[in-house]
Design a protein. Structure first.
Length: 583
């Protein structure tokens, strides 16, 4: 029977019924889709909550939530109109005070804010450079500066300057453009044998540093501009490896809370979530059980320090290596600070621990050549267990209109002269030179540590943190404000490093400091006695112990430690960075 024979009224009812069924089905479909989205959302956050509980435990999770709420509420308080205006004024005053110290003022200060109409003569430039070199600055030569300047001697500086001059226009990104004679032939001009000198020297720098760390056959590496770039590249390589091999799109890495801030920078730059593993007293070494709990399917990298910058402690790299192997996760060892000391500890007569590629779980290691390697600033290395790991940090653009572009690290153009200076420095020092330097530097650090632990004038008021094995000795005080001690040492011409969490300070021994260790101890005793006398006066006057700190270090770190919201400290630090660029 055709549809034309069905009465019109019946056809209309059937049509309406079909429409009603279709609308109902559509509604059911929308509900199912909405519920599915909600279920996936709930599943995602339930998984995150489960991982948080696994990694931090119930107590740690509750403490984290409490801290987060506290920061939020304090942040809202700081944004209140009256409070915000007061904070803004105090920050501005502090930055103005800082500017007065850093930016030279007064008569006789010339400022050059535009290009000169006519280029200066060599004599004019030389005179101005001499004038700039004589401006007030910290006299690191006196041996009172912790770390910062890693001086290998005047003879080495002269050699570095000569090497730099000979390769001043070279650029390793174009090795084929700079075929040069052997370094010796450059000043004798007797050899007709041409080599790609900068490329050769860079490869040899990497090979020499690789040989220091028990690297297996097939080890590889790159040079970088410094420890920060080395760390950034190690994190990038791990992220890319996890994405390519495991499909990880929400990468996470686990670092000791004492590890270098460059790892946090890498997390910010490359979208890697950073988990801080505790380094509790009394060892201040990373707590490997906490690291194990924090590992999940998104973990791309574990990190250990050899040694850490704050306390000079070598983490338990052996335990981290076993953990990395069992979980099949890369392990990076940050030896940027001590890379030219730790490999030579045993041969210099000191205690050491396993930390390098002799441990099978270690997949990468960063080592600064411009610290205890005594190369010019701008020289670091990043080493890998094999070349396939290194390849993950490469950037290659095969279809750029300017041609095929490939670079091994962040920088494109790089100064070949710095590489020439680094090569000359390594060849000048030699293995025995580094062993001798290690003996002097670590010996001086041990002397400082012994003085603090054993001298009656020191041991009752300050104590060493952990068991430092290399060049850094950190100490704190339970009876005195350690930041007041830091300011007291500054008044005596010392430039030591203030630390936080816990409040402390450290001395990073360099060759210039070796000759001033006894003076350091004497001044430390004097400053502590001065602070104890201040405490006695406060008690006599009924003002209680540890009154308000007066010095710059005490004021800054005292505030930083007391504020749950660090936005004010961020503003001050940002103001400091702005001040650096005021002409």
């Amino acid at each position: 029977m055709g549809t034309s024979s069905i009465p019109v009224s019946l056809r209309n009812r059937l049509s309406k019924k079909r429409v009603t069924l279709t609308s109902g089905q559509l509604k059911v479909g929308v509900d199912v889709f909405r519920n599915l989205i909600f279920f996936l959302f709930l599943l995602k956050w339930t998984r995150k909550a489960a991982l948080q509980l696994k990694g931090r435990g119930i107590l740690g999770t509750l403490l984290g939530a409490y801290s987060s709420i506290q920061r939020t509420l304090y942040g809202l308080f700081l944004r209140a109109p009256v409070v915000r205006s007061q904070v803004k004024k105090q920050v501005a005053d502090s930055i103005a005070k800082l500017e007065g110290k850093l930016v030279p003022q007064g008569p006789g200060i010339s400022r050059y804010l535009t290009l000169p109409k006519e280029g200066w003569t060599e004599q004019q430039i030389s005179a101005e450079l001499s004038k700039l070199g004589e401006m007030e600055h910290t006299r690191w030569e006196m041996g009172k500066v912790s770390g910062t300047v890693y001086h290998g001697g005047n003879d080495l500086i002269k050699l570095q300057a000569e090497a730099y001059q000979k390769f001043i226009v070279s650029n390793p990104i174009h090795p084929e453009v700079f075929p040069v004679k052997l370094l010796l032939a450059l000043w004798r001009e007797t050899s007709a044998h041409w080599l790609q000198g900068v490329r050769k020297m860079e490869a040899e720098i990497v090979a020499m540093v690789l040989s220091m760390f028990n690297t297996p056959h097939g080890g590889a590496g790159v040079t970088t501009s410094g420890g920060t770039e080395s760390i950034l590249m190690a994190c990038l390589s791990a992220r890319q490896k996890a994405y390519v091999e495991r499909g990880v799109t929400e990468p996470e890495m686990i670092i000791p809370e004492t590890s270098h801030a460059a790892f946090r920078k890498a997390g910010s730059y490359f979208g890697i979530k950073v988990h801080l593993a505790p380094c509790p007293a009394p060892t201040y070494s990373v707590h490997t059980k906490s690291v194990s709990r924090l590992i999940n399917s998104n973990t791309i990298l574990l990190v250990g320090s050899a040694p850490s910058f704050p306390h000079g402690i070598i983490d338990d790299i052996s335990a981290l290596s076993r953990l990395a192997l069992s979980k099949r996760i890369p392990l990076h060892v940050d030896a940027c600070l001590g890379g030219f000391l730790v490999p030579f500890l045993s041969r210099a007569g000191f205690q050491t621990v396993p930390f390098d590629f002799s441990l099978k779980g270690v997949t990468s290691l960063s080592c600064d050549a411009h610290k205890y390697g005594y190369c010019p600033k701008g020289n670091s290395t990043l080493l890998y267990r094999n070349s396939s790991l290194r390849s993950y940090q490469y950037f290659i653009s095969p279809d750029w209109s300017g041609g095929v572009y490939a670079s091994p690290s962040i920088a494109g153009s790089r100064p070949g002269a710095l590489l020439a200076s680094a090569w000359a420095s390594l060849m000048f020092q030699g293995e025995n030179g580094y062993i001798s330097a290690c003996h002097s530097i670590v010996g001086a650090a041990k002397k400082i540590e012994s003085s603090i632990r054993e001298n009656p004038a020191l041991r009752d008021d300050i104590h060493v943190l952990g068991n430092p094995l290399v060049s850094v000795v950190a100490f704190t005080s339970k009876s005195l404000n350690i930041y007041d001690i830091a300011d007291g040492m500054s008044d005596k011409g010392w430039h030591l490093n203030a630390l936080q969490s816990p409040p402390a300070m450290h001395v990073c021994v360099t060759l210039p400091i070796v000759a001033t260790v006894d003076r350091l101890t004497e001044d430390l005793i004097a400053v502590i006695e001065e602070e104890k006398e201040k405490e006695r006066v406060r008690l006599v006057e009924g003002r209680g112990k540890q009154g308000a700190a007066k010095g710059d270090t005490a004021a800054l770190y005292g505030m930083a430690g007391s504020l749950p919201d660090k936005s004010v400290v961020v503003q001050l630090a940002g103001g400091f960075l702005d001040t650096l660029y005021k002409a």
